[in-house]
Design a protein around this ligand. Structure first.
Ligand code: NAP
Length: 321
């Protein structure tokens, strides 16, 4: 299910206009009744970076000739990241896009192919797979090995696929071990095992830079009522990637929190959340236009990758870029 893109190139996405709101939304950390799991006191909200700063950046370097593996690339944030990486890698690179929906993956590949962003010789490989299954991890590893060649100078793994879990009940509602295990298997174990497989497949060598991104969340740091599965999974992932950064000093590891994004996951958040104040918070954010576009958040991630100045293992929030 591969494809090669043969159109011309455009400027890096990191130089494109960002539609990021100027400030970190007050919600969902606070409601009229007070803070909701956040530790930041009232009236002390930190000023955030000017979102238009990207416009004045000098033209960024590219990401080199790279193998990029992106899970959850069929829609939402993963799709935006795939489109940006396509613009930023050099000819001779390869993208391995993973998701369960083959139709959506093919639509993303068509968009890459049609877009002026494509570059001669960029391979786009699709892996239709449920990352929660062992055989899927094998498929992803196999496809990655197939498209890798010794002229590639970088490997970028984007652990993006995730699920929100059942947010319609509180911790006391989770009596079923299998349900909790299944959630953690998809959202924690699979990211760990896929990353481990790919790092084993492509061990350190001179001239090869290896980078692993964990798509994280504010929920890795702060408790949201009725989001116990999601918060636990994101917190566990952050710590796992911190340990990895300690163990592999040559590796670049980043937990990137993309902010509240206008995606399918947000629809679930505002329709299914059990806690009324959290639910209202997300509905208000949507109604007040406080959600970020995937494109704007992805541009921030690209900036981090291009500058490559983050401390390996750190959790970086979109509003701090
Ligand atoms: P989304 O719109 O729900 O997309 C999720 C992506 O993951 C889809 O491409 C989906 O594709 C894929 N996926 C889900 N389960 C999978 C499985 N079992 N195997 C393979 N692929 C699977 O979510 P999103 O909002 O873009 O979220 C992307 C990342 O950002 C996630 O890690 C999320 O936790 C994080 N995040 C999101 C928000 C937000 O507000 N949306 C905020 C903070 C962090 P298929 O269905 O085709 O498999």
């Amino acid at each position: 299910m591969g494809g090669t893109i043969c159109s011309g190139s455009t400027r890096p996405a990191a130089n494109q206009r960002s539609s990021l709101p100027t400030e970190r939304p007050a919600l969902p950390y606070k409601t009229r009744r007070g803070r909701q799991g956040g530790s930041r006191p009232r009236n002390r909200r930190r000023r955030t970076a000017d979102p238009n700063r990207l416009l004045t950046m000098p033209p960024a370097a590219d990401l080199g000739r790279a193998l990029c593996v992106i899970t959850g690339a069929s829609r939402g944030f993963g799709r935006a990241v795939a489109l940006d990486l396509c613009r930023l890698v050099r000819p001779g690179s390869a993208l391995v896009l993973v998701a369960r929906s083959g139709a959506d993956l093919r639509a993303v590949r068509a968009q890459l192919t049609e877009s002026e962003a494509g570059r001669t010789g960029l391979k786009v490989e699709l892996v239709e797979a449920d990352v929660g299954k062992e055989e899927s991890l094998e498929k992803i590893e196999r496809k990655s090995r197939e498209v890798f060649n010794d002229e590639m100078e970088k490997i970028i793994v984007i652990n993006n696929a995730a699920s929100l879990g059942d947010v319609s009940k509180f911790v006391t509602g989770f009596t079923d071990l299998a349900e909790v295990d299944a959630y953690l298997s998809l959202n924690v174990s699979s990211a760990m095992c896929l990353t481990a497989r790919l790092l084993q497949a492509f061990p350190p060598r001179a001239g090869l830079r290896r980078c692993v991104i964990n798509v994280s969340s504010l929920c890795a740091l702060k408790p949201f009522r009725s989001w116990s599965l999601y918060c636990s999974g994101k917190a566990a992932r952050d710590m796992m990637f911190k340990v990895l950064a300690e163990e592999e000093p040559e590796l670049r590891v980043l937990s990137y929190s993309p902010g509240p994004l206008d995606t399918g996951m947000q629809v679930e958040a505002r329709t299914k959340t059990a806690d009324p104040s959290i639910k209202k918070t997300f509905s208000n954010m949507f109604a007040q236009g406080q959600l970020l576009t995937c494109e704007a958040s992805s541009a921030k991630l690209m900036k981090l990758l291009l500058e490559d100045k983050f401390t390996s293992g750190d959790h970086v929030d979109v509003f701090d870029v």
